[in-house]
Ligand binder design. Structure first.
Ligand SMILES: [Zn+2]
Length: 230
């Protein structure tokens, strides 16, 4: 099958964005991976993981962007060394009463703006993202409404004669166990993904992201082959 459509896959190396990229591949897109370094603790691991996943999925290109402003700005436990990432008992997985300390101000908006510029230059048809219902419990920039509104903005953000790409969030209504099941169905390389906030070589097993990962596999009834330190 000749692939003619182009998708920019915004990928962190985690489960969600990897499953979304795999879906783009299944839908016949040529994949152009996009990954942002914004001072997140786990960046070295994320970058290495994204390289592996892009290669695994046969991506045509892998574009890295540096956004040091987000680290400079701080305001998040992920980017500010003076703040601590909650682990174990300190993590409130399903709390929607407060902003999690790992929230990075306007991150998805900022990442999408960069990825959209890339999409315009290469004439992409779509941008695939791993936004999902589990993240949307705490982060409104994972909701279907955010995607819809962003796509409206995008129509006026690219030049008149450019192709207007649209953001596609195939997991937007799914929780983690459903995403993992979907990943199994589309043969996403789940075992290659990296979720940990801390950036240790192996998954710590106790940060919010590791806990979501563990619970997701368990609730999906899929054997979790991830090596956790704790
Ligand atoms: Zn972790």
């Amino acid at each position: 099958m000749a692939r003619t459509k182009i998708a920019v896959c915004v990928c962190s190396g985690g489960i969600d964005s990897t499953v979304a990229a795999t879906i783009a591949s299944q839908e016949g897109y040529n994949l152009y991976f996009f990954h942002a370094s914004y001072g997140q603790r786990a960046e070295a691991c994320e970058k290495e993981t994204v390289e592996i996943i892009a290669r695994y999925l046969g991506a045509k290109e892998l574009k890295f962007v540096e956004i040091p402003f987000l680290k400079e700005l701080g305001g998040s436990a992920l980017t500010d060394a003076k703040r601590t990432v909650p682990v174990g008992e300190e993590v409130h997985l399903d709390s929607d009463k407060e902003t999690p300390p790992t929230w990075v101000p306007c991150r998805n908006l900022i990442l999408l703006a960069h990825a959209s510029a890339y999409a315009e230059v290469i004439g992409a048809d779509a941008l695939f993202v791993g936004f999902n219902a589990e993240e949307a419990r705490s982060y409104p920039d994972n909701e279907a409404e955010f995607v819809k509104r962003y796509n409206t903005v995008l129509e006026k953000a690219v030049a008149s004669f450019s192709r207007v790409p649209s953001v596609k969030a195939p997991l937007v209504h799914l929780l983690k166990p459903e995403i993992i099941k979907k990943g199994m169905e589309v043969k996403a390389p789940l075992l290659l993904t990296y979720s940990c906030y801390l950036g240790e070589e192996k998954h710590c097993g106790i940060c919010a992201s590791c806990l979501h990962r563990r619970r997701g596999f368990k609730d999906a009834g899929v054997v979790d082959l991830t090596e956790y330190i704790r």
